[in-house]
Structures are given as structure tokens and as C-alpha cells.
Design a protein around this ligand. Sequence first.
Ligand SMILES: Cc1cc2nc3c(=O)[nH]c(=O)nc-3n(C[C@H](O)[C@H](O)[C@H](O)COP(=O)(O)O)c2cc1C
Length: 140
Amino acid sequence: MSKVAVVYWSGTGNTEAMASAVADGAKGAGAEVTLFNPSEFGADKVSGFDSIAFGCPAMGAEVLEESEFDPMFTAVEGALSGKKIGLFGSYGWGDGQWMRDWEDRCKGDGAVLASDSVIANNAPDDSALDECRSLGMALA
Ligand SMILES: Cc1cc2nc3c(=O)[nH]c(=O)nc-3n(C[C@H](O)[C@H](O)[C@H](O)COP(=O)(O)O)c2cc1C
């Protein structure tokens, strides 16, 4: 059974709903799934998982959330070379620039993006939740 971590930050619940759907998709495909908030995850945890889904909304000016998520991700990304990962998150008024930048950052880290990233405008609709479940399945 593959082990999948879902590591996310969510201020108002939109990315949290996506995390839950990612976890459901991975569990449905037979994986053992553990959900983490940023304070619970670190570089020492990376090797314990076959794949990792990271979720964070667009914050600041098209950046990752800066007080909890980005510091955690900065600490973890040196351990992501060759790791199967997936990205997801919610946004508001932008056009998804934060996610394009985040994907580039992960590719620079040598991480392997297992499927297309999933972005949802504000609360995820049924189609976005389906995409999140597919992301979870791709990571399982
Ligand atoms: C402080 C702050 C900064 C934000 N910055 C952006 C932004 O740069 N681009 C964007 O598209 N949405 C931005 N948003 C909107 C959030 O990404 C959006 O509300 C999202 O659904 C929040 O997800 P969450 O419910 O998981 O916290 C911002 C929201 C807040 C509160």
C-alpha cells in the first residue's frame, strides 16, 4: 500500500475542502493517507511517504501563504528531488499566477509533478473536487 501525505494550509476552508477530496481520491485508489497542516510537516517526514500533495491558496500578491506554509515549504523543498508530488489550491481575483510560479519552483527542486495541478476559484465546485480526487488517485 502506498503512503500519501496531504500537506495544506487553508484560511477560510476552500483549500481544506480540496485537501479532503485529494485524500478521498488517494484512499479510494488504495493508499494510506495522512493529512498534515504546515506546523506538523517537515523535511524529515518526506522520506516516509511515496508521494505528497501540497495545497495552498493564492495569498499576498500571488504568493504562497507567508507565515506558515511558505516557511514549511522552503524547509522541505531541498528534499523533494525525484519525489512524486501534486499541487492544489484555491484563488480569488487572480489568474492562477501563484500556481504557475509554484510549479516552476517545484520543477527547479527536481520534484516530479504526478498530474496537472488543480486550482479552484474560491470554493471548489463539483468539477474541481473531481479534479482533486483524480490528483489523489494519481498520487496513490
Ligand atoms: C490576504 C489575502 C491575500 C490574497 N491574495 C490573493 C492573490 O494574490 N490572488 C488571488 O487570486 N487571490 C488571493 N486571495 C484570495 C484567496 O486565494 C481565496 O479567498 C481563497 O479561496 C482562499 O482559500 P482558503 O479558503 O483555502 O483560505 C487572497 C486572500 C487573502 C485573505
